[in-house]
Design a protein around this ligand. Structure first.
Ligand SMILES: CC(C)(COP(=O)(O)OP(=O)(O)OC[C@H]1O[C@@H](n2cnc3c(N)ncnc32)[C@H](O)[C@@H]1OP(=O)(O)O)[C@@H](O)C(=O)NCCC(=O)NCCS
Length: 128
């Protein structure tokens, strides 16, 4: 019988202060940085569900709702929404807390699919 997926994490997979080195030429945080953090957060969440080597096979429904700025504290919240045989579908919500404020709002959302693989890079069951 398959193990049940673990409940929603009580803390973000990743929390990071946005530094000037992450900006695009216009001074906002580069979208590629956010995507990279989403990929890392999905990997952290995947380990919570089962200890394997994972690869990212798909990133879907990526929506950049609001810009992220230097100094924002960015938190990535993950929720596993589907466990297949070797794949996990993880919903990611990126929240920004602008510097010296109590504001906290959603800036980006995405769904990431990770696949557990073995040393030959073949898919393996997450829960055997
Ligand atoms: C991930 C990988 C091993 C899957 O290999 P594959 O031959 O497609 O394997 P399968 O067809 O058996 O699919 C394996 C699982 O992935 C899922 N999958 C494959 N392609 C997918 C896609 N585009 N979107 C969502 N899920 C996908 C399948 O539904 C299956 O899920 P399940 O086992 O839960 O039913 C292979 O595609 C790969 O190595 N991709 C490159 C990964 C990579 O380098 N990522 C970037 C760096 S981490």
């Amino acid at each position: 019988m398959k193990e049940k997926k673990k409940a929603v994490a009580k803390e973000p997979a990743i929390r990071l202060v946005m530094m000037p080195k992450y900006t695009n030429p216009d001074g906002d945080i580069f979208g590629g940085i956010i995507l990279s953090m989403i990929d890392e957060a999905a990997a952290v969440e995947a380990q919570r569900q089962g200890h394997h080597r994972y690869v990212t096979v798909a990133m879907d429904s990526i929506q950049f709702h609001r810009p992220v700025r230097v100094g924002d504290i960015v938190s990535l919240w993950c929720k596993t929404i589907k466990i297949g045989t070797s794949s996990l579908q993880i919903q990611i919500e990126v929240m920004a807390n602008p510097r010296r404020t109590d504001e906290n709002y959603t800036v980006t959302e995405a769904t990431v699919t990770m696949v557990a693989i073995n040393e030959n890079r073949e898919p393996v069951p997450i829960h055997s």
